[in-house]
Write a protein that binds this ligand. Structure first.
Ligand code: GDD
Length: 425
């Protein structure tokens, strides 16, 4: 029986800048959303595909204890081989694959998924395999796509297809003007033939390098799947096909997007893992809507949580606390009668009594069909901090009876007063 693999492109320390200060403490792909690391959700989805034998992470993070611990726990939970291959420098979304092509091809997988780490969703991977096997015969490749608004489509890979055959006719990465509302989800299904196509681009680069001494050696190996490889594939024969999904899907590039993704993953648990969702009961906190509480957390029975709240490992929530649309990270202490709205509370932070921590969500416009979350600039054109969710870095201490509104607090800060629309450095 033909076997499959999944490659997750996790990037490296130079990615994830829009995720600061949270990415200062943890590689962005391991940031927990709905109680589990971002790429746990990818691995869980991939492990459900028939004959999936190996998950390969490719990136330029150091293989440290955090990563090793995560990989070991994934192997145990999903009974699947998990490997990490480290790029010596960022090689681009196709360069990394090409560099580790022997490892990916070992055991002769028939097909392999490539998934961007910084997306979230209800990934229809098994359906993609079925589509791929029936849409054409031979050496073709399949992209997962969804719709965006006209204006937002410009931030994504845009696809024009032949509606009858689902063959991709045109692909433009982040076009300057409107091309199509059909956008790439950053999830591909490839056969080993993809390496011939990346190999052509690689060899062209080597020739260019040999004749152009001004080009930089370190950039010669950087190959982008979207700009370099797909463009070549389309100028030759029509080997790219597109599978549409209307399932939940979003990019996950900012802390605001983590709150949005948290809400959607909790909602998915209703059908996939109802046991993960907390339920109101006698002598138990009041639960509104979807809430995840780690079994090791302690929540006072007079607290009220939800909707869309995640309480991580070893968190302590005291009496009378109200939390909604927020993520409280491992080891934090939320003291009596605090109110936390649209915020992320960093690891081992302490929020004093009667304090209010509040942010402003930047959710997609619900009245616009297919609207996606906007990647906001930190500052507006007047130089003011754009209103956003409030983020406390790790080990922050917030005193009693203050208000922290639309602010970002860097790790280790001990605040003494209220803050509004500020980055506390
Ligand atoms: N291993 C590795 N090496 N991973 C990388 C590298 C690299 O050099 N560069 C980027 N990545 C990873 C990132 O960590 C991320 O998970 C993913 O590849 C895509 O990153 P970007 O290059 O930032 O692309 P993007 O997110 O702006 O756009 C991509 O995703 C969109 C969907 O979210 C493109 O594929 C678009 O076409 C697509 O619409």
């Amino acid at each position: 029986m033909a076997m499959l693999k999944t490659v997750i492109l996790v990037g490296g320390p130079s990615n994830g800048t829009r995720f600061r200060p949270l990415s200062l403490d943890i590689p962005k792909p391991l940031f927990p959303v709905a109680g589990f690391p971002m790429i746990y959700h990818h691995i869980e989805a991939a492990s459900k595909v028939s004959n999936m034998k190996e998950i390969i992470l490719i990136g330029s993070y150091q293989k440290d204890q955090q990563l090793i611990k995560f990989m070991t726990s994934m192997q145990q939970e999903f009974k699947i081989l998990v490997n990490y291959f480290q790029e010596f420098t960022a090689l681009g979304t196709a360069g990394g694959l090409y560099h580790f092509r022997d490892q990916i091809q070992s055991g002769n997988p028939e097909l392999f998924f490539v998934m961007n780490a910084d997306v979230c969703g209800d990934f229809p991977l098994q359906q993609m395999v079925q589509f791929h096997r029936t849409v054409a015969e031979g050496d073709h490749f399949t992209l997962l796509a969804t719709e965006a608004t006209r204006q937002q489509s410009l931030n994504y890979g845009c696809i024009v297809e032949d509606k009858a055959t689902h063959r991709v006719e045109h692909y433009v990465e982040k076009p300057g003007t409107f091309v199509s509302m059909l956008i790439s989800c950053g999830i591909y299904l490839f056969g080993p033939q993809i390496f011939d196509h990346i190999g052509h681009v690689f060899k062209e680069r080597q020739v260019e390098l040999a004749y152009n001494l001004e080009s930089k050696l370190e950039t010669s190996n950087v190959i982008h799947m979207e700009q370099d490889v797909f463009a070549k594939l389309l100028s030759g024969s029509g080997l790219l096909y597109v599978y549409h999904t209307n399932n939940f899907w979003s990019q996950l590039k900012s802390a605001g997007a983590a709150i949005y993704a948290n809400r959607h993953y909790l909602n998915i648990y209703k059908s996939t893992h109802p046991e993960r969702l907390a339920k109101s009961a006698k002598d138990y906190p009041t639960i509104i809507g979807d809430v995840y509480i780690h079994p090791s957390a302690t929540v006072h029975p007079t607290a009220c949580l939800g909707p869309n709240v995640t309480i991580e490992k070893d968190v302590v929530v005291h009496a009378g606390v109200r939390i909604r649309e927020s993520i409280v990270l491992e080891g934090s202490i939320i003291q009596d009668h605090c109110c936390i709205l649209h915020s992320i509370i960093g690891w081992h932070s302490v929020v004093g009594e009667w304090t209010r921590i509040e942010g402003t969500p930047n959710d997609p416009n619900p009245n616009k069909p297919f609207a996606k979350i906007e990647v906001q600039d930190l500052f507006n054109p007047e130089g003011k901090l754009s209103p956003s969710i409030t983020v406390l870095g790790s080990n922050v201490r917030i005193p009693s009876e203050v208000i922290i509104l639309n602010s970002i607090v860097l790790p280790g800060k001990l605040l003494e007063t209220s803050y509004k629309n500020q980055i506390v450095l």
